[in-house]
Design a protein around this ligand. Sequence first.
Ligand SMILES: [Zn+2]
Length: 229
Amino acid sequence: MSVRGVLLTAIALAFLALAIKCEHLAQQPLPKVVAITFDDGPHPVYTPKVLSILKRYGIKATFFLIGKRVEQFPEVARRIVAEGHEVGNHTYSHPTKLPEENWEQIRQEIEKCSEAIERVTGVRPKLFRPPRGFLNYKVLTLAQLEGYTIVFWTVSADHKDAPTPEAMAQRVFKLVHSGAIILMHDGRIPSRWKDVKALPLIIEGLLKRGYKFVTVSELFGLSKHNGKL
Ligand SMILES: [Zn+2]
């Protein structure tokens, strides 16, 4: 067989293997689970409110923390971990446009955040969510080199079209799906009361629809283990 023939055969086999894998995955739908995530904390007022609501329903969530805030409110950060929630890295100072920083600044933003979280809570985060979801090759490369899993979201409860807690909940019910990662906030802008008030509405509505709640790492574990908890 010519070199070209060998190459074409190899490509065809690779596509066949991929098709079989996709087919296999399609037969293993995720169970009805969602991961609720909170960005921009810890906050001395809103985070404890959120934690109390989660405790009331026995639900574990994932908090993407700002390193500087962890240093400001260490007790709140420790409570998040003590109550069994997952923590992720959301940079040290939450730059508005992280991709526009230089390599060293980006590296420091990520590293200083993880250092602060580990120093205060004893846990080193494995997940990274870039501020505002802004990602470019520099942020992607550095986060991957340091071994982080980059996490975005599939359903944002916070949206300009959802000005009330009720509207936030309705937005989630409209967009939710098995394996959804739901974005909410517990800090950074002056008021997060809307998120706090929307949380029990969202939880109750999703429970009624048959959803279970997991952390982001549990969710990723589910997709690796063919949907088995
Ligand atoms: Zn943020």
